[in-house]
Design a protein around this ligand. Structure first.
Ligand code: GDP
Length: 194
C-alpha cells in the first residue's frame, strides 16, 4: 500500500456523529497500551498521526481518518485500562457493539494482541462481536521484538488457543523492526476491496 495522504476527519461516540460511510473502512481495536497507535503510525508512515498512550479517564472516542481519499481508517478506543473511571468503562461495550453492528461500510477489524500476554475477556468479547456481526477479523500480534523465536511460538499457540482460532490466522508485527507491515497491508487491502 502506497499511503499518499492521511487526514483526520472527526471523532464520534455515536452513529449520528459518524462521518458518511461512503468508503470502505478498516478499524483498529485492542487493549490500552497494546501498541495500537504504534501499529497505525507505522502502517501510515506517520510519526504521530495517532497519539500514543492515551490518557486514562478521558472520554473514549472513535477517531476517523481518511487515507488516499480511498478508504477510512478508524481508531477505536482502547479497552481494559485499570485506572479508567467505571462510568467511562461502562460506555465502552455499548459504543463498540453499536459501531460494529451498524457500520455498513466496515470491511475488517484489526484486533491487536501483545505477544507476551494472554488475551483478556475483552479481547474475546471483541472477537465474539465480530463473529456475531460478520465483520472479518485480522489478528495482529505485536511487540514481537520483545520475545525470542521459541517464546514467540509458545505464546502464539497460547493466544490462538485462548481465542479459539488457528495459529496461522495470527499476523506477527513489530513497530520497532516493522516486521509484518507489508503482509498486514496486503491482508487489509484484500478485505477492503472484497
Ligand atoms: P496504544 O495505547 O495501544 O496506542 O499503545 P502505544 O502504541 O501507545 O504503545 C504503548 C507502548 O508500547 C509505547 O511505549 C510503545 O513505544 C510501545 N510499543 C508499541 N509497539 C511496540 C513494538 O512493536 N515493540 C516494542 N518494543 N514496543 C512497542
Amino acid at each position: 500500500m502506497l499511503v499518499k495522504t492521511t487526514e483526520f476527519i472527526t471523532s464520534a461516540t455515536r452513529p449520528s456523529h459518524y462521518p458518511p460511510g461512503e468508503m470502505p473502512e478498516v478499524a483498529f481495536a485492542g487493549r490500552s497500551n497494546v501498541g495500537k497507535s504504534s501499529l497505525i503510525n507505522v502502517l501510515l508512515n506517520r510519526k504521530n498521526l495517532v497519539r500514543t498512550s492515551s490518557t486514562p479517564g478521558r472520554t473514549q472516542l472513535i477517531n476517523f481518518f481518511g487515507v488516499n481519499g480511498a478508504f477510512m481508517l478508524v481508531d477505536l478506543p482502547g479497552y481494559g485500562f485499570a485506572k479508567v473511571p467505571l462510568a467511562v468503562k461502562k460506555q465502552w461495550g455499548p459504543m463498540m457493539e453499536t459501531y460494529l453492528s451498524s457500520r455498513e461500510n466496515l470491511r475488517v477489524v484489526v484486533l491487536i494482541l501483545d505477544i507476551r500476554r494472554v488475551p483478556t475477556a475483552e479481547d474475546r468479547q471483541m472477537l465474539e462481536w465480530l463473529r456475531a456481526y460478520s465483520v472479518p477479523p485480522l489478528l495482529v500480534v505485536t511487540k514481537c521484538d520483545k520475545v525470542s523465536k521459541n517464546e514467540r511460538a509458545r505464546q502464539a499457540a497460547l493466544i490462538a488457543r485462548t481465542l479459539e482460532v488457528e495459529k496461522e490466522e495470527l499476523h506477527f508485527f513489530s513497530a520497532l523492526s516493522k516486521e509484518g507491515k507489508d503482509a498486514i497491508w496486503v491482508a487489509i487491502e484484500r478485505l477492503l476491496s472484497a
